[in-house]
Design a protein around this ligand. Structure first.
Ligand SMILES: Nc1ncnc2c1ncn2[C@@H]1O[C@H](COP(=O)(O)OP(=O)(O)OP(=O)(O)O)[C@@H](O)[C@H]1O
Ligand SMILES: [Mg+2]
Length: 333
């Protein structure tokens, strides 16, 4: 029987197979290229079309900020991903699947995930709030361990939570992530450098030179079109110029993190303080960011080995464990 953990991220979908062969079997952008009603491409191929097609083709991310905003496209995308990993619809019906959902997701958000699972024929789907997966992905065994404080910054959502074997002690998810940083970088380059740039270029600026390290060096030649002449143009952007576009969102996240910490019972607070914070999510790959969070929270930090895959790796651990699925699985109406 197939066992799959699915992390339907706002930026990237990751699938882990946890039966005979085990490991990450898929990591693809969570996007679909559409022209009118017609689906033109899915995943990598769709993302590759950004900037290369006529305006008639739109690139849609059906999971936006952790919520399924376009069920039809989300179903088409996930079905295609299943076919890419070679699992047949008949096997899917019997497969044990675990699907990560944002921390504290509302019933209407959960209902979206339930509909998606149903329409994809995942009859044995279990929904688990992401902080449990992040903790497991950080290599912590929830059953044995003390409460775990984790922060995951993804493309569209940040989860901040303290989880224990008994459940969520305090936590929340907020619609802040790498996408906000990309938008702000884009707006800044337009305002300061007089250059219109696309979403992909803004993301590359963040991933290639974004840094919260002091004296961050590095430069990137961004290409786009001149605000004045509207003609193709380029400009060199220095790492230090985009630091604020990143830090402003991290500071916001830290405000929420402090609020979560303030809610903790004294003994839990003491444990968390002793054990530190576990960090995951693609955005944590920004140099200096984990150190910055540790310094601001005044606690030790542990960066997951593969921050972007921590959630799905944790899902892979839990989907094998029947007792954990019963304990952490969420009931849906
Ligand atoms: N090397 C890197 N440096 C900086 N940012 C990065 C790097 N690699 C990926 N990212 C960013 O990480 C984000 C994606 O992370 P991740 O895959 O954890 O998000 P997701 O799970 O798809 O989304 P979410 O959890 O928010 O629904 C994107 O904003 C991407 O630009
Ligand atoms: Mg994620």
């Amino acid at each position: 029987m197939w066992k799959l953990a699915i992390d339907l991220g706002s930026s990237m979908t990751k699938i882990y197979r946890a039966d005979t062969s085990s490991g990450i079997v898929l990591a693809e952008p969570s996007c679909v290229a559409v022209s009118g009603e017609e689906i033109k491409a899915i995943g990598k191929e769709a993302k590759n079309l950004i900037g290369k097609t006529a305006e008639l083709t739109n690139i849609i991310y059906p999971v936006y900020e952790g919520e399924i905003v376009d069920l039809r496209l989300a179903v088409a995308m996930l079905k295609e991903f299943f076919s890419r990993i070679g699992v047949k619809p008949s096997a899917l019906r019997r497969a044990q699947t675990l699907i990560g959902v944002p921390c504290g997701a509302s019933q209407s958000v959960l209902a979206g995930y339930a509909s998606l699972a149903e329409e994809c024929g995942l009859y044995k789907a279990v929904f688990v709030e992401q902080p449990y997966l992040e903790a497991a992905g950080a290599g912590v065994s929830l059953r044995e361990a003390d409460p775990v404080f984790c922060i995951d910054i993804g493309g569209g959502v940040t989860n901040v939570a303290v989880v224990s074997a008994d459940g969520l002690i305090a936590g929340l998810s907020m619609n802040i992530g790498g996408n906000n940083m990309d938008h702000t970088i884009r707006a800044r380059v337009e305002r300061v450098n007089g250059l219109h740039i696309g979403a992909l270029t803004a993301e590359r600026l963040k991933t290639e030179i974004g840094s919260l390290q002091q004296n961050a060096r590095g430069a990137f030649v961004a290409e786009g079109s001149s605000v004045d002449t509207l003609r193709p143009a380029s400009t060199s952007v220095q790492a230090c110029e985009i630091t604020d576009c990143i830090r402003m969102y991290v500071d916001k996240i830290l405000e929420y993190a402090s609020a979560v910490l303030r809610k903790l019972p004294a003994e839990v607070a003491a444990t968390v303080n002793r054990n530190g914070v576990f960090l995951s999510g693609g955005v944590m790959k920004i140099p200096g960011l984990p150190q910055y969070i540790g310094a601001r929270l005044e606690m030790r930090y542990h960066l997951c080995e593969e921050p972007q895959y921590a959630t799905v790796l944790g899902g892979g651990t839990l989907v094998r464990d029947k007792a954990a699925l019963i304990q952490y699985g969420k009931e849906l109406d």
